[in-house]
Each structure stands twice: as C-alpha cells, then as structure tokens.
Design a protein around this ligand. Structure first.
Ligand code: ADP
Ligand code: MG
Length: 326
C-alpha cells in the first residue's frame, strides 16, 4: 500500500446554485486516522466526501493530500477511493472480476490483476467466493466485495458514505468491527460518513460533527461526548440533559443526574415515567421550570430510593460534571 498521507481541507465551500451545502470548512486529518463525518441529514457530509473524492467540484478552498494540492485533480489521480452507499457491484461480473475491474481500467494485465484481486478478497475473507455473482451473496458479503474493489487501487484514503446503513442491526455492528480492523491493518485513513452518533463513537479516532454546512465540533469521541460545546452537540450526541440556568445552558450527562430529597434540592421535578432497562433504570422527569430531564440510574441506586410516576423529587448534579453550552 502507498505511504499514508495527511489530508487538509482549507476553507472548502460547496455551493449548489444559491444553496451553501458546505461553508468554508477547515479540517486536518492526520495520516492513518479513522475519521467519522457525523451530522443530521442535509448538513453537508456527502458533499464534503464527494469533494474529497473528486466526484464533486469545489466552489472555493483547497484540498491538500500530503504535499499535493488535489483540488482540481480527477478522482483516479488523487490517491483516494470511494465506496458508495449502494455497493454498485456489476451484476453480470464474478466477484473476482468485480474486484479486478479498477485495475483492468488502468490497463494492468490479467494475471497481475487477478492475483491482486485474490489478495484483496483474502483480506476481507471472501476468497472462497471469487467465482460467484453478486446476486449469490448476502448484503454483508457484497459489502466486503465492494470494499475489496475500492481498496485494490491502494488508496491513501478510503471514503465511505453511510456504508452500514443498508445492513440489519446485528450485521451493522459486526461490519463496523471489520471496518475498524481493516483500517488498522492497512494503516490508511478512512473517512466514514454517518448520521449515527453511536457508530461514530464506536469507530472514530477523529469525530467531526457537522451542522448546516459547518463543523460544529471535532475531536476524539470521548472528548466531544464529555465536553459538548454547544446545545446542538449535546442534543445530537444524546445522553445529555440541557438545563437552563440564569447564566445560560448547561449540559449534564443523563447518567450524572441524581435524584435527591426535596429539602435543599437544586431543582424540583416530577417523575413522568420510570423504565427498567436491565443494568439501568431510565427515569423521565419534567422540571418545575418546564424542561424535560432524564436521569439514568444504576439499578442499585434506583433500588435504594425508588420513585414512581407522579412523585415529586429533587434533582441535582455534581457541578464538575456540568458543561457550559454555547
Ligand atoms: P448530507 O450528506 O449531510 O445529508 P448533502 O451533502 O447530501 O448532506 O447535502 C447538503 C445540502 O446540499 C442539502 O441541502 C442538499 O439538499 C443540498 N444538495 C446536495 N446535493 C445537491 C445537488 N446535487 N444539487 C443541489 N443541491 C444539493
Ligand atoms: Mg449524505
């Protein structure tokens, strides 16, 4: 495989007519990073990925891969490869021919491209299926073949647009572990677009959360989850209460909210629902100031002072666990 290189986006903008899909984003992705682009539908994730791939022109700004400004290079000359949302395998070609196809386009002779395709199929544990047609494979198997095909050109960066969204939940979790393993083994950068925060938390070395064409926050998943900077991030990541105070809004993780006696409580609230979730008990509350809150309590903590729907309770949190939100 090629030597991995860092990627830099400098003030990259994408306009479609009057729509600003990507708004002057700056992003540095070190070599060998698993990067997840995360955010709600329409925030500009796919446009960003397609500009990196060269499948979409850049309206303004620069894309630099290693020492090369690739902003205006065609897709095949940038050192990137893209795996599409639909795997887009050629239905009439065998698995082996599908994987070898990009090398055929580059004029590599048959023996060499088949040997390489076999190696890639082995990498994704699909070498036994080389002679099959795509229709004779499960969804997860087709995805592995599509991965092998994207990797056969030895890209420095593999781009994946919602690669797991077509899979059932069980397979999604298994394929996610396989993507991570592959990325580690190859040592190249993966840029993976998803709207699922759980997927991004599980996979990313670098998580980039987008909103309205801008980067809202980026960093290691733990840092973003534990220190959301804005109300949008706290709400989008989930697992947080957004609590209004005279000084502004605070983010408090649902598992950091405590139920307290009424006397001397920081806040008063009424329990609206109690849901047993196994290791956790999920308590929904309405604050007396009107805001909805969630307390996720370990089973033993709940059992020590159980509450039920309709109860008035105090609500508190460790100030150190509260994040000021912009
Ligand atoms: P995401 O992948 O995060 O859902 P996209 O990058 O696909 O977001 O889209 C960002 C914005 O750009 C959306 O408002 C979308 O409607 C618009 N958009 C995307 N592609 C096109 C296009 N080819 N022509 C016009 N508008 C587009
Ligand atoms: Mg998209």
């Amino acid at each position: 495989m090629a030597v991995p290189a860092p990627l830099e986006l400098a003030a990259v903008t994408k306009r479609y007519g009057a729509t600003v899909a990507v708004d002057a984003i700056d992003l540095k992705i070190p070599a060998g990073t698993y990067c997840c682009l995360l955010g709600p539908s329409g925030c500009g994730k796919s446009s960003t990925l397609r500009m990196i791939a060269g499948h979409e022109s850049v309206s303004e700004g620069d894309i630099v891969l290693g020492a090369a400004n690739v902003t205006d290079l065609p897709p095949a000359q940038r050192g990137t490869a893209m795996m599409f949302q639909s795997y887009a395998l050629f239905p009439h070609l065998s698995v082996l021919d599908n994987v070898a196809f990009p090398l055929k386009m580059r004029g590599i002779d048959k023996a060499a491209r088949y040997a390489k395709a076999q190696d890639l199929l082995a990498l994704v544990a699909m070498d036994r299926y080389a002679a099959r047609l795509p229709a004779q494979l499960s969804g997860g198997q087709q995805q592995r073949v599509a991965l092998a095909r994207a990797l056969i050109t030895e890209p420095q960066i593999l781009l994946l647009d919602e690669p797991l969204s077509a899979l059932d939940p069980f397979l999604r979790v298994r394929m996610r572990a396989e993507l991570k393993r592959l990325q580690r083994e190859l040592g190249i950068t993966f840029i993976h677009v998803t709207h699922g925060q759980e997927e991004a938390l599980a996979l990313a070395d670098l998580m980039v959360l987008m909103n309205g064409g801008k980067i809202e926050q980026q960093g290691r998943p733990r840092d973003v989850f534990n220190a959301p900077r804005t109300e949008f991030v706290a709400r989008f990541m989930g697992g947080h209460n957004v609590i209004r105070t005279p000084g502004g809004a605070l983010g408090v993780r649902t598992d950091h909210l405590r139920l307290t006696p009424l006397d001397g409580a920081e806040r008063l609230a009424r329990v609206t629902e109690v849901e047993y979730q196994g290791a956790w008990v999920h308590v929904s509350l309405t604050g007396e100031d009107g805001g909805d809150l969630i307390a996720l309590l370990p089973e033993a903590v709940f059992d020590a002072a159980p509450v039920t729907s309709g109860d008035r309770v105090g609500v508190g949190w460790d100030p150190a666990a509260a994040q000021p939100l912009a």
